[in-house]
Design a protein around this ligand. Structure first.
Ligand code: CUA
Length: 401
């Protein structure tokens, strides 16, 4: 029966069914799927496209850059090659046995081969070989496991997971107070092992920048020590890898590695406090910000008192925006803050301020994500706020390439 006939038959069958309930709906999908060649090809094509997208490079643990990531990659490759060798050996042995001991013409089909059940030599061999292999892997793995938990020579940065973005705090003088608070992008000096103290402000998240190190969970009420390093300047991409609610998939992160001199410049610029803007539109935006935004967002120097009265914590729920423009992305690193020509991505920024839940699934009524201002702010007001936002901080030290 040709594919077309099958489809006609299947359609006739479906017509006979006078009622449609869930079971029949499933049948219909299955029939259509199996009888329709185009659908099958479309499915395979999509699957291939999906698989190939895994190799985009932005989240590629197979291209490690930092030493920690390289250590993990080395162990992964060693165990993969050992597994491949075992797989090949077992596969070849099975084929060899099938060929060598096949039933030949004239053999008695009822005759059993020699039974070796309880053969000590064989039992010992296939017990000892895996034991030796696992011991070998353990010797290669265990030092790295401990090594990855050692304290590094670089600065310590507090990492806090939030629904659905990351906050980074730098306590430069170690007095227990954060001196720099930023979000979405963790800035680190090149060539140093940066110590991370990872925690969470709400649910469990997991911090992962694959080219710099493996994953580390962010658990409320606990501090997990971890470290990252990069031998070269650059921007490295990451994702939250623990399901943390509605916008888990939109909780991205970037590490920006800077040469020592640039890192110092960045640090000094981040210490600067904000002041009231001079431009007319920006000043109007500043006033509007004071009405609508400061119950969640802090801006050091001008709007510090809000956010549960604790400016040091940046806020219970939202990023500190003092140096917003010095980042390359916003909204959990979901959107680029700059266009390719390095102009500000005003369109996305304005739309985000207007209707954040429309851009990124969230539950603002539950303090999970930013609320919508679509019914609160009119067009000119939105423009003014975006004008004000553009005065916050200097340009990013590195732009994505
Ligand atoms: Cu945070 Cu998933």
């Amino acid at each position: 029966m040709s594919g077309w006939h099958k489809r006609v038959e299947s359609a006739k069958l479906l017509k006979k069914r006078k009622f449609a309930n869930e079971v029949h709906d499933t049948d219909m999908v299955q029939n259509r799927f199996f009888y329709n060649r185009n659908l099958r090809f479309a499915f395979l094509g999509t699957l291939l496209l999906f698989i190939s997208s895994c190799a985009s490079g932005r989240l590629d643990p197979l291209k490690p850059v930092g030493q920690n990531a390289k250590d993990i990659d080395g162990i992964m490759r060693l165990s993969a090659w050992m597994a491949i060798a075992v797989g090949l050996f077992v596969g070849a042995a099975v084929i060899a046995v099938i060929i060598k001991f096949r039933v030949r013409p004239g053999d008695d089909p009822d005759e059993l081969p020699e039974q070796i059940h309880g053969n000590k030599k064989a039992e010992l061999t296939w017990t000892l070989i895996p034991v030796v292999m696992l011991l070998f892997l353990a010797v290669a793995t265990i030092p790295s496991v401990f090594d990855l938990h050692d304290k590094g020579d670089g600065p310590t940065i507090q990492v806090t997971g939030q629904q659905w973005w990351w906050q980074f705090s730098y306590d430069l003088d170690e007095d227990g107070q954060s001196d720099i608070i930023t979000s979405n992008e963790i800035v680190i000096p090149v060539g140093q092992e940066v110590n991370l103290e990872i925690t969470s402000n709400d649910v469990i998240h997991s911090f992962w920048i694959p080219q710099l190190n493996g994953k580390k969970d962010a658990v409320p009420g606990r501090v997990h020590h971890w470290r990252i390093s990069s031998p070269v300047p650059g921007i490295f991409y990451g994702e939250c890898t623990e399901f943390c609610g509605l916008s888990h998939a939109n909780m991205q992160v970037r590490a920006v590695a800077l040469e020592a001199a640039d890192y110092k410049i960045w640090q000094e610029s981040q210490l600067a406090k904000s002041s009231i803007p001079t431009g007319e539109a920006a000043k109007r935006g500043y006033d509007l910000f004071g009405v609508h935004c400061i119950s969640c967002h802090v801006i050091n120097g001008v709007y510090e008192g809000a956010a549960d009265g604790n400016a040091n914590l940046a806020s219970g729920v939202a990023p500190n925006l003092t140096h917003l423009m010095s980042r390359t992305s916003f909204a959990g690193s979901l959107f680029e803050l700059y266009n390719e020509d390095q102009s500000v991505n005003v369109a996305d920024l304005r739309e985000w301020v207007r209707n954040a839940p429309g851009q990124k699934p969230s539950r603002p009524e539950n303090r999970q994500g930013m609320m919508s201002f679509a019914e609160i702010l009119n067009g000119p007001e939105l423009d003014d706020i975006v004008s004000y936002l553009q005065t916050l901080g200097g340009k990013p030290p590195l732009m994505p390439s």
